[in-house]
Design a protein around this ligand. Sequence first.
Ligand SMILES: Nc1ncnc2c1ncn2[C@@H]1O[C@H](COP(=O)(O)OP(=O)(O)O)[C@@H](O)[C@H]1O
Ligand SMILES: [Mg+2]
Length: 374
Amino acid sequence: MGSVKVKNLIKKYDDVVALNNVNINIEEGEFFALLGPSGCGKTTTMRCIAGFEDPSSGEILIGNNVVNNITANKRNCGMVFQSYALFPHYNVFENVAYSLTVRELYQGGPATKLKSFARLMSKRLAKPSKTIEQKVMDALSYVELDKYVERGVNELSGGQQQRVALARALVMEPSVLLMDEPLSNLDKKLRNSMRTTIRRIQQEVGITTIFVTHDQEEAMSMADRVAVMKDGEVVQIATPTELYSNPQTPFVADFVGSSNIFEGQIKESTKEGSVVNIGDVILKSNIKLDKKDVKVMIRPESIELSSNGKIKDGENVLKGKVKISTYLGAQIRYDVMVGNHEIMIDQTFEPGTPVLPPGADVKLKIDPERVLLI
Ligand SMILES: Nc1ncnc2c1ncn2[C@@H]1O[C@H](COP(=O)(O)OP(=O)(O)O)[C@@H](O)[C@H]1O
Ligand SMILES: [Mg+2]
């Protein structure tokens, strides 16, 4: 059983509160991401699950069992780290076969004295049992490295090394796979292809996976659900699409994608929603809230922009002036001043249409459905 429950988890290092009452339920077979900025407690959460840290209080369950008092090596968690942590003097096959071989050696009690351990290991790794050979080759074919068995790990690319690390974790048939920023050392292109590889393998094996990252794109593109963390707390747990379209705090709205966020006041409740003031700007939103002071959030791509009269005056139409325009390939990011508010707008770039220069007069239009209030 590979479900994971984290209940009221608190972890303190002296007076540093690293985790402040974290609650997470991960279902069997789920790909679950822990997402948040550096220092928010992602690694600490993972280390508590794996058994490398003792919680100050709270419970960890794997399957139906409370594992707080079970040592790391008996929790059956596979780990993959940012730094690969491969054995440099062993080849690909030996790296993946290592733990299985140790386990085989120690079956039925301590098999040997420490002194002869290394010699015994080399012998076993050179002539593995049929079972181990089969398991290692299966794991290596999952990560598409079965043609590289005899290659030294230092002769592999970063992406290949990380795939060896993944095979080494999978070969132990863990009930949970824990990955801590596994793609951070790779360049962008490789990172993107590794995302697909990891997701494919996770689905094929069906293994419960917890994936730690500070990269929102990574979390959003890979995970079934994402927990966004901040300052040792979980701020929101949701599917990627829910998280993007319905962020529950300004922090989530800004961390997951980017967002215009303004302080506003609800001036009037209407049948459809609310009318809000942001300073002297008035906007309609389809959201009703039972309070006056609100945060108004508008995604940059939710705003229509035109300089040529395509947008007629009316509801939720604002007049502004381009302050900065940034050409980003598929998109143009405009920073537009509306009164004294600066608003970010992302517009899809259409070849042939000019990028508007700073100073250009523009009109903006925002669908009331895209004006989020919290
Ligand atoms: N061994 C430790 N001793 C003291 N403080 C620690 C230790 N490990 C982590 N912390 C602190 O706990 C907080 C969370 O750290 P961590 O879980 O590593 O964050 P993340 O992985 O999200 O970057 C940070 O403030 C960090 O400085
Ligand atoms: Mg970390």
